[in-house]
Design a protein around this ligand. Structure first.
Ligand code: DQA
Length: 143
């Protein structure tokens, strides 16, 4: 069975309550459940992970080395700051897919740069929760 992980960075556990005019009212738990459904329908083993801690995200990326077929990541604010997450992802040979609910390129200037982008096979941003489902369906289609 092919394995995919969806990794979520800081503050995404607050979806639904957090700036809903930007991120919507859907919770991360709802997104997780919908992703699990998509994975089940496609006979994919899915791990859905969230942490507010950069080091824990890095350790998760280390833990799955050589044992994952695609990585989908919404690194949230760490997208724009974390060379360490970039370096951890760079160890992987499997496709990395970047996801954002909003479109950071159309927001404040400090969100325009992404440390994930140079490693990403594809980016899905600006579709709200659907960014996750598009990314997951895309990952399934390429592995
Ligand atoms: C985000 C965009 C980031 O700029 C922001 O820091 C987030 C969420 C998104 O999904 O739109 O936390 O990654």
């Amino acid at each position: 069975m092919k394995k995919i992980i969806i990794i979520n960075g800081p503050n995404l556990n607050m979806l639904g309550k957090r700036e809903p005019e930007i991120y919507g009212y859907t919770t991360l738990e709802d997104i997780k459940n919908n992703c699990i459904e998509i994975a089940k329908e496609n006979n994919i083993s899915l791990d859905f992970y969230q942490s507010n801690h950069e080091g824990k995200i890095i350790e998760k990326i280390h833990e799955i080395l050589g044992n994952i077929d695609a990585i989908i990541i919404n690194a949230a604010a760490y997208t724009h700051t974390s060379i360490a997450i970039h370096d951890a992802l760079k160890m992987h040979k499997c496709p990395v897919i970047e996801v954002h609910l909003s479109n950071p390129k159309e927001r404040e200037k400090f969100r325009h740069f992404s440390y994930i982008e140079p490693l990403a096979k594809k980016i899905f941003s600006g579709y709200g929760e659907k960014s996750y489902y598009k990314a997951l369906n895309y990952a399934i289609s390429i592995i």
